[in-house]
Design a binder for this molecule. Structure first.
Ligand SMILES: C[S@@+](CC[C@H](N)C(=O)[O-])C[C@H]1O[C@@H](n2cnc3c(N)ncnc32)[C@H](O)[C@@H]1O
Length: 227
């Protein structure tokens, strides 16, 4: 019992610290290109939009004014507090909810676009999260994503990702370094309409391999482009 209380306390301190220092820790990566990736990709969002794991709201400034609505969701209470403060500086129909991406409290087929940036690395089960995203997306709706992934093309870097992963999971809010998120998205029944495989700069090499793109919520299980 005491052990559990101590673990919960330690988790809460880590989540407080992560929320407090998240923007500062990401600044070099944002300036080195991540911000322009966000801007380019989020210009493709439309209709009713749901963002999962919004963190402090790094994406807010990049959404088009033309959206019908924007719901940003975040399970961590410390992140959510900062997110709500940041929403106050933005106009438009924006709402914040404390939801876990594995249990989104929305009806089926509610959204035209779901946005996930640097989140599928951190959820407990990316398979469950992707199924939940498909459930709330309309048929033909789009998942817009930027995710750091396993270094498939660089086996030497995979070794370092595996080495640092336990520490990274503990210190960085359950962030996994070796997820093959491209395959996970595809296996969940999405078809890529666009996917870029990139290296981010400004951060540690273990988080550098990144995929960025748009995946469509198909209903017929076949992808025309073969991706
Ligand atoms: C690396 S941060 C990314 C924040 C933001 N999306 C961005 O692009 O800067 C990962 C975020 O995922 C959130 N997260 C972790 N597990 C989650 C879950 N099960 N459902 C939704 N969000 C989750 C964390 O609380 C954190 O805000």
């Amino acid at each position: 019992m005491r052990g559990r209380i101590r673990e919960e306390k330690s988790m809460s301190i880590r989540s407080f610290m992560m929320a407090k220092f998240y923007d500062a820790s990401m600044r070099a990566m944002e300036e080195a290109g991540l911000a322009s990736w966000r801007s380019e990709l989020l210009s493709c969002t439309h209709g009713n939009v749901l963002e999962i794991g919004s963190g402090t709201g790094a994406n807010l400034q990049y959404y088009p004014d033309s959206l019908e609505s924007l719901v940003v969701t975040e399970p961590d209470p410390h992140m959510l507090t900062i997110l709500r403060e940041n929403i106050a500086n933005h106009s438009g129909n924006i709402r914040a909810e404390r939801f876990n991406a594995n249990d989104l409290q929305f009806l089926d087929d509610s959204f035209d676009t779901v946005v996930s940036t640097l989140v599928l690395c951190s959820v407990d089960s990316p398979e469950d999260t992707l199924n939940e995203i498909r459930r709330v997306l309309k048929p033909g709706g789009q998942l817009v994503f930027i995710e750091h992934v396993i270094a498939k093309e660089t086996p030497k870097l995979i070794k370092w990702q595996k080495f640092f992963q336990p520490f990274w999971i503990y210190m960085c809010g359950n962030c996994h370094l070796t997820r093959d998120t491209e395959i996970l998205i595809s296996n969940a029944g999405f078809c890529f309409s666009k996917i870029d495989k990139l290296r981010s700069s400004g951060g540690p090499p273990i988080v550098s391999p990144t995929i960025k793109g748009i995946a469509i919520n198909t209903t017929d299980q076949t992808c025309e482009s073969g991706t």
